[in-house]
Design a protein around this ligand. Structure first.
Ligand SMILES: C[S@@+](CC[C@H](N)C(=O)[O-])C[C@H]1O[C@@H](n2cnc3c(N)ncnc32)[C@H](O)[C@@H]1O
Length: 244
């Protein structure tokens, strides 16, 4: 039996998709930017427009990793995941103003949820902790709880019962990961790997994140696949229980 299809909205280079694939799903990604490193079938476009197209009863063209075009209908899809961009929650307004950028980032969580509810699919919406007020009863996952030296806390809302992974920060107490130079020239080591901006030792990122196909931008945006492996197994169990 082939793996059930999971639509990954806002897929970037596929951290979340990889974990769902590990859990037994067949991911198809949608992102507004070209994502040549995304390792599964891919549609480039606006996620809201793509969902609206599927809900209207039209098909979406996808390109698989060996360049074949295929068409996807809503009835082909078993579940969906969405990682709307988090920039609107990260208090970057001041940074943008300082850099002379006139735009603000839109909050896409609400519009995305509306379309996912309308689809009647089991779904997950993932985001950063600063987005908590915009998510409904999310659970939290911490990399340390999955035995990884990563404290990348992420929240997961779902429309089915799901558990998170509590922190286990105490597992990682030895300061051995590079954090970069401080403005005062001081160099500090961290107990966990830092994956953001120009921080951390980038050679430490692949093993800590469980990712070996991304560039720097992909790493900074991604969640470790182990997070969605945990989520995807619960989603699969839910779908199998409903089908049974
Ligand atoms: C936080 S990243 C997702 C990371 C991904 N879940 C992972 O684990 O690798 C958000 C992505 O949303 C994409 N994006 C932003 N606005 C979008 C839109 N309107 N439609 C589709 N994708 C969009 C960005 O290009 C970016 O790749």
């Amino acid at each position: 039996m082939s793996a059930p299809l999971l639509l990954d909205l806002y897929c970037c280079q596929g951290g979340a998709s990889r974990g769902y694939a590990d859990a037994g799903w067949s991911p198809v990604g949608i992102d507004i930017d070209p994502q040549p490193r995304y390792p599964f079938p891919f549609h480039q476009g606006d996620a809201i427009e793509a969902m609206a197209t599927l809900l209207r009863g039209d098909s979406l063209p996808f390109v698989d990793p060996d360049g074949q075009v295929q068409h996807l209908w809503l009835s082909d899809i078993t579940a969906a995941h969405a990682s709307p961009p988090c920039q609107s929650f990260l208090n970057l307004g001041a940074v943008n103003r300082a850099l002379g950028r006139a735009y603000e980032y839109p909050n896409l969580i609400g519009p995305t949820r509306e379309l996912l509810v309308e689809s009647h699919l089991p779904f997950v919406i993932e985001n950063v902790e600063d987005a908590k007020a915009h998510l409904i009863d999310p659970v939290r996952i911490c990399g340390t709880g999955l035995n990884r030296p990563i404290r990348r806390h992420r929240l997961f809302e779902s429309n089915f019962g799901m558990t998170g992974i509590p922190c286990a920060h105490g597992r990682f107490v030895e300061p051995k990961y590079w954090t970069g130079w401080r403005p005062n020239g001081e160099k500090r080591l961290s107990t966990v790997v830092q994956v953001y901006g120009n921080a951390g030792g980038q050679h430490e990122w692949p093993e800590a994140m469980g990712i070996d196909w991304m560039d720097r931008h992909g790493f900074v945006e991604a969640i470790p696949p182990a997070y969605t492996d945990h989520v995807g197994r619960q989603m699969l169990a839910h779908v199998q229980a409903v089908t049974a």
